[in-house]
Ligand binder design. Structure first.
Ligand SMILES: Cc1cc2nc3c(=O)[nH]c(=O)nc-3n(C[C@H](O)[C@H](O)[C@H](O)COP(=O)(O)O)c2cc1C
Ligand code: SF4
Length: 432
């Protein structure tokens, strides 16, 4: 069953095609006959959980938004900066009207008159697709004043981000939207109560919003039935790495990982010998081949295995890849993306990166593994946002599950002479 991707490849970027495929019909027929509280109740009963990574129940988040006073804003999180994640880009490019229709539903439920789509600035094809669809929707009186002859009005603005990963964090996104530095804010207050311009602001992922037209058309129970007992619906997975077919695949929540990787309907099989898999984006804990065989792709199953469902970015890799080099890439990414507000993140991610780079270049030292463990332990609960912990989780799981590769890299070539010439040189025992 396809909820978000059923119009892929059908030319649904054009409003007449989207309408022929059934688009906007139920919004016009059903939505405005329901009260906003009935729509929130529908979404709560559907079991829809946020698809941006944290998996927070969408209807519950909406119920926190105060009503009847200040203006309410919706911000669609289309920043999509997590390495391995590319589903939202395709969703917006292929079916922009479904996002617009989802926003009309969310806007009506939340009493919002303004919605912002905060999109990664480099996503030019998606931005073109979105802006032209928004223009068509205004012309068809599906946006703007008195939508479909009702008293409800909604404006959508596309806001291009400048490509900082941290701006995908909801409060940094809000700062950036306001024209301030893209740095996360302390929570509470949560955006649903105090967000953009100090007004209640609901931040939701693209895929979350795009599930709404299907829920309105088919009902909460039908959506809930597609998923697991604790989370409704399907999931759009983006698979990269060592499989025959990489790309965007929509499947039921809870699908076994190996079915996604091996079935002809999806990835068509692993290339080479499976060495491990990152199940939900680069910040999630890695799985060993034995764990891959037992893993089901849903929030609870992956949490029970000590990892996370995340954004649905599945990255299987074979035994041609070195774990130290993989972690080195992540260390470079996360330390570069730190916004610098919190010491454990600003300093710690840089330290961790330098140690990992040293190990990768054959300049590792005894004690480096323990030092990495200790630094990454210090990331959790000590920072404003979870960016540092997003490096801590892979560090700890890679060290735990593939420790011998780090030990070998340290033992094999301790090239101290070379180390003295580089900026990652540290005197013996400097951390003691
Ligand atoms: C460093 C960082 C980056 C994030 N990047 C994104 C992103 O690109 N897209 C996204 O939807 N959520 C991202 N999130 C999660 C958002 O903060 C937020 O939870 C999400 O947009 C809420 O939408 P949802 O409830 O529909 O999932 C990120 C979080 C962090 C800490
Ligand atoms: S954890 Fe890192 S990215 Fe997040 S607010 Fe602190 S310094 Fe910035």
């Amino acid at each position: 069953m396809k909820v978000c991707t059923q119009n892929f490849g059908k030319g649904a970027q054009k409003i007449d095609v989207y309408k022929k495929l059934g688009g906007y019909a139920n919004t016009q027929k059903i939505l405005f006959g329901l009260s906003s509280f009935e729509v929130i109740d529908l979404v709560q009963r559907s079991g829809l959980r946020g698809r941006g990574g944290a998996g927070f129940p969408t209807g519950m988040k909406w119920s926190f938004v105060p009503r009847g006073g200040k203006p309410v804003y919706i911000a669609v999180n289309a920043d999509e900066g997590e390495p391995g994640t590319f589903k939202d880009h395709f969703l917006m490019r292929e079916d922009p009207h479904k996002l617009i229709e989802g926003l009309i539903i969310a806007g009506w439920a939340l009493g919002a008159r303004n919605a912002y789509i905060y999109v990664r600035g480099e996503f030019l094809p998606a931005i073109e697709s979105l802006t032209s669809a928004i223009r068509e929707a205004y012309a068809a009186n599906l946006l703007g004043k008195n939508i479909c002859g009702t008293k409800y009005s909604l404006d959508i603005t596309v806001h291009r981000g400048a490509g900082a990963y941290v701006c995908g964090e909801e409060t940094a996104l809000i700062n950036s939207l306001e024209g301030q530095k893209g740095q996360p804010r302390l929570k509470p207050p949560f955006p649903a109560v105090n967000g953009a311009w100090n007004m209640p602001t609901c931040v939701n992922n693209v895929e979350t919003i795009m599930a709404l037209p299907w829920i309105l058309e088919n009902g909460a129970e039908a959506y809930a039935a597609l998923g697991t007992p604790k989370a409704g619906g399907t999931k759009v997975f983006c698979v990269s790495g060592d499989v025959k077919r990489r790309g965007v695949f929509e499947a039921r929540l809870g699908i076994p990982l190996m079915e996604l990787l091996e079935s002809e309907e999806y990835c068509g099989g692993v290339v080479g010998n499976l060495k491990g898999c990152i199940p939900g984006g680069s910040s999630t804990q890695v799985l060993t081949p034995e764990e891959c065989k037992k893993a089901n792709l849903d929030y609870e199953s992956l949490a029970a295995m000590g990892t996370m469902f995340g954004s649905g970015a599945v990255m299987p890799f074979n035994d041609t890849h070195g774990i130290v080099e993989m972690l080195n890439t992540l260390g470079k990414f996360y330390s570069h993306e730190s916004c610098g507000q919190c010491t454990p993140c600003r300093e710690g991610t840089g330290y961790a990166k330098r140690i990992i780079t040293g190990i990768a270049k054959g300049r590792g030292h005894d004690g480096d593994i323990e030092l990495l463990e200790s630094i990454s332990n210090g990331f959790t609960g000590t920072t404003i946002c979870p960016l540092a912990a997003a490096l801590g989780a892979p560090i700890q799981s890679y060290l735990q599950k593939f420790r011998s590769e780090f030990e070998d890299a340290i033992l094999k070539k301790p090239n101290h002479a070379e180390a003295r010439l580089t900026d990652d040189y540290r005197p013996e025992g400097w951390w003691e």
